[in-house]
Design a protein around this ligand. Structure first.
Ligand code: ASP
Length: 344
């Protein structure tokens, strides 16, 4: 079989940092320095090339403009590589992987985000294993020469997950990410075991394209016992606001206060799209199951089912960038566009 080719896109984060021997402080390394820590890459039967953000950034500084740079880099190199690995800080990796899953349309090649909890240049780092395996996964093809995982994914420790289903769950453990509501796409151990039924594949793929028009006029409204009318009113009256992710209790429930209903309904009447997701890590919103979510339905709030916060934020930015009509945005929010939510 011919060698696969993979493009590494260095954006920054801990994975591409090393310890300054004089000061012991962590500082970014360039891509050549990072790769020099991993001589094992020579043993992979893969042609590896790389491009790098200048400067490399901490992922807390990631913005939609950087997502656009990643998308454009993939578009410009799409025909020349079999797969892509994005080296990224862990803090906002789940947001970036979610955003790219929407921005990259009709994807037929793997785009694998990975990072590390410990810098590549320190002992016991998880960077080496994560990067080597991410490259193997990005290069992997089946017996017909098709990519094994033609999706935007996130690989960490021993799990390949659909990117828009992931959440950073731990600041210290190597097992830092989880996909609470969707099975892993592959599990790596002695062998790489692919969960074929869980992997999405378009049977009649359309031409690959990118969408970079994102609208960030959204807010997150997290409910808590005691939340006040003034707080909710202030959030819902932010200038230019077009959508709100409402983080509700349990299966999508909220206090039954008259003022909350009134404020949400008024926002819906003004064309603000309100999407209900749960504060729980796992499970889904089921509006109407309890009396405490009936008012939300009456106010025009739509269900985000089992979407992660990261996916809901990214999906709204993507849809608001394509549609001016809030009814259209509401309609698409309730469809699964990239396998980001379960439709029952
Ligand atoms: N602050 C770092 C980042 O997200 C943390 C990491 O990479 O793990 O860029």
């Amino acid at each position: 079989m011919t060698k696969s080719s993979v493009l590494l896109i260095f954006t920054g984060g801990t994975i591409s940092m090393g310890e300054n021997p004089d000061t012991q402080s962590l500082a970014p390394l360039d891509s050549a320095q990072v790769l020099s820590f991993i001589p094992e890459l020579q043993m992979l039967h893969v042609d590896i090339s790389s491009v790098s953000f200048m400067p490399l950034i901490d992922s807390s500084d990631m913005q939609p403009d950087e997502w656009t740079r990643i998308a454009e880099t993939i578009r410009d190199n799409y025909d020349h590589f079999d797969g892509f690995v994005v080296l990224h800080g862990t803090d906002t990796m789940a947001y970036s992987a979610s955003a790219l899953s929407f921005m990259l349309e009709n994807l037929t090649k793997p785009v694998i985000f990975t990072g590390a909890q410990l810098p590549v240049g320190v002992l016991r780092s998880d960077a080496k294993e994560n990067l080597i395996t991410a490259i193997e996964l990005a290069a992997a093809k089946d017996e017909f020469g098709n990519a094994r995982v033609p999706e935007v994914c996130l690989f960490f420790e021993d799990k390949l997950m659909r990117g828009n289903r992931t959440t950073k769950r731990n600041t210290e453990e190597f097992n830092a990410f989880a996909s609470f509501n969707y099975p892993e796409l592959a599990k790596t151990g002695v062998h790489i075991k692919y969960a074929l039924p869980a992997i999405h594949r378009d049977n009649v793929p359309k031409p690959f394209a990118i969408q970079t028009n994102l609208d960030t006029h959204i807010a997150i409204l997290k409910l808590f016992p005691g939340i006040g009318e003034e707080t909710v009113r202030t959030i819902l009256s932010v200038n230019g606001l077009r959508a709100v992710v409402l983080e509700s209790f349990g299966a999508g429930n909220a206090p039954r206060s008259e003022w909350l209903f009134r404020l949400l309904k008024a926002a819906d009447d003004r064309g603000i799209v309100i999407v209900n997701i749960t504060q729980c890590r796992a499970g889904s919103v089921e509006m109407g199951r309890y009396e405490t979510s009936v008012n939300l339905q009456r106010a025009g709030v739509v269900s985000g089912n089992d979407m992660t916060l990261e996916a809901a934020v990214a999906k709204l930015m993507y849809l608001l960038g394509q549609h001016t009509d809030s009814q259209q945005v509401k309609r698409y929010m309730q469809l699964s566009l990239r396998g980001e939510m379960t439709i029952n």
